[in-house]
Design a binder for this molecule. Structure first.
Ligand code: ZN
Length: 108
């Protein structure tokens, strides 16, 4: 499996990503955990300690980017854009070389 995600540079230059979502992701990325890894999917848990919320982010390697990323939060469901939880997973992938060490990582 190969995991494709946005590089920090791409996040910062993407006009569809609001500053508040990005700021929240910067606050949360250290609290992102891997739930499970299957042949095609990776499940993550993203905890927002400030608001006491937990959301599940799933990466579907068989789908094309950006549809490969899904979150169960209401914002993502309505806007169909990257929410702060998905951005937090992206930041973890960008900032922590030991995260998902066995999987091929491709920043876009
Ligand atoms: Zn979300």
């Amino acid at each position: 499996m190969e995991i494709k995600f946005l590089s920090t540079k791409s996040i910062e230059s993407n006009k569809d990503i609001g500053k508040s979502s990005y700021d929240s992701a910067k606050r949360m990325w250290k609290d992102v955990k891997v739930d499970y890894i299957t042949a095609k999917h990776i499940g993550f848990t993203c905890v927002d300690k400030l608001y006491g919320t937990t959301h599940s982010v799933i990466y579907f390697s068989e789908r094309k980017f950006p549809e490969s990323w899904n979150c169960d939060c209401r914002w993502h469901t309505i806007k169909e854009k990257f929410c702060k939880h998905i951005l937090a997973v992206f930041l973890r992938l960008n900032n922590d070389d030991n995260f998902l060490k066995t999987i091929k990582k491709t920043p876009l």
